[in-house]
Design a protein around this ligand. Structure first.
Ligand code: ADP
Ligand code: NA
Length: 344
């Protein structure tokens, strides 16, 4: 069994935006270079998680392909990294059931995301009231599936943002519960903290860029054409103060554009450097500069993405099948140990 195993997942919600790239995917790519070659890197498109909310089958199938193509386009190497769809590896669901049998309902019902969901539907806690709601059991128990995703591959390191820290803590709780019932078999995963960089919405730069924001213009997708990027940047909300300066509090829109620029800048300049460079620019000129920087930064990504989606030789399906085969083997090693410990 490998000494270090990194596991991370991405929802099949279509082509990622540049926030997803900077906050997650870029780190996945960088790990291929920074981790020793003995480290297993596992990147999973989590389609089982996706169906906790209603999905159209045709859309779901398309979005899985779009995400897979995006991963390859940004530089995930399917030989170095194990890339697969969650539903291709039945052991994720199988281990979930086993973990569910030692997981605490109380712990799950105290988790923030569940409480948020309950509050949205007007219920306060897992009480008699929640019995009457339309909230699904899968939504309540999805942290258990998330724990299974990680534990079934004996992941030692999981890149997670702040919003997911509680879920990793729950996965560790699942390890403790299982191990105290059946012996020291599952591995406690640790977090790897992704770069703190947050890309903000172009339409509302005090909130993060997100696919749930209603305006398409609020985010730039990895597949956007140069003209789409120019249009979105030209509509980006800024301010009427003169010149360009970096000041996230007073000038969130301009500062967000400077941040985005610093990420895609070929010369690797930081925000302060770029702010100096652009200090005297008119807003329109500055936005052209921002657009040019993003367009050249994403140039190869978009072309590779379009190529991969166009290929008719089932290339993406073959890549996924190759990853799924490796992931099934990795999961099997754990399931053998787990089942024998339980008495199956
Ligand atoms: P969304 O907010 O668009 O629904 P997800 O919640 O699916 O995105 O996030 C997928 C990954 O991308 C997570 O690791 C998350 O931390 C990261 N991420 C999402 N939005 C941003 C953003 N605006 N800036 C930086 N990272 C982000
Ligand atoms: Na989200």
């Amino acid at each position: 069994l490998a000494a270090r195993v990194v596991f991370s997942g991405i929802q099949p919600t279509g082509v990622p935006h540049i926030g997803n790239y900077i906050g997650a995917l870029k780190q996945w790519v960088d790990l291929q270079r920074d981790e020793a070659s003995s480290t297993k890197l596992m990147y999973c498109v989590v389609d089982l998680h996706a169906i906790t909310t209603k999905q159209d089958p045709v859309q779901l199938r398309l979005r899985k392909r779009e995400v897979l193509a995006s991963l390859l386009a940004v530089g995930i190497d399917p030989d170095r990294s194990t890339v697969f769809y969650q539903s291709s590896v039945p052991a994720h669901s199988e281990l979930m059931w086993i973990l569910a049998c030692t997981a605490s309902v109380g712990y799950l019902s105290r988790m923030t995301q569940w409480k948020t969901k309950l509050n949205i539907s007007g219920v306060s806690g897992l009480s008699d009231k929640s019995v009457g709601t339309n909230l699904k059991l899968g939504l309540f128990s999805y942290p258990v599936l998330q724990a299974a995703d990680i534990l079934v591959h004996r992941a030692t390191h999981v890149p997670v943002g702040d919003d997911q820290k509680q879920h990793l803590e729950f996965a560790r709780e699942c390890v403790t519960n299982f191990n105290s019932a059946y012996g020291d078999h599952l591995v406690h995963p640790e977090t790897i903290t992704p770069p703190a960089k947050r890309v903000m919405s172009l339409a509302q730069p005090t909130t993060k860029m997100s696919k749930s924001h209603k305006s398409d213009r609020s985010r730039i997708l990895l597949s956007d054409s140069p003209q789409e990027i120019r249009t979105k940047i030209s509509y980006a909300l800024t301010d009427s103060l003169p010149g360009i300066s970096y000041d996230p509090k007073e000038r969130p829109g301009i500062s967000n554009l400077l941040e985005i620029c610093s990420i895609f800048d070929a010369a690797g300049r930081d925000v302060n450097n770029l702010a100096n460079e652009c200090a005297d620019m008119q807003p329109r000129v500055f936005k052209e500069f921002v657009s040019d920087t993003i367009i050249s930064g994403l140039d190869g990504v978009r072309d590779r993405y379009l190529d991969l989606m166009k290929r008719s030789d089932n290339y993406l399906a073959k890549v996924e099948e190759h990853g799924a085969e490796r992931a099934r083997q990795s999961a099997q090693e754990t399931m053998d140990i787990v089942k024998s410990a339980i008495g199956f």
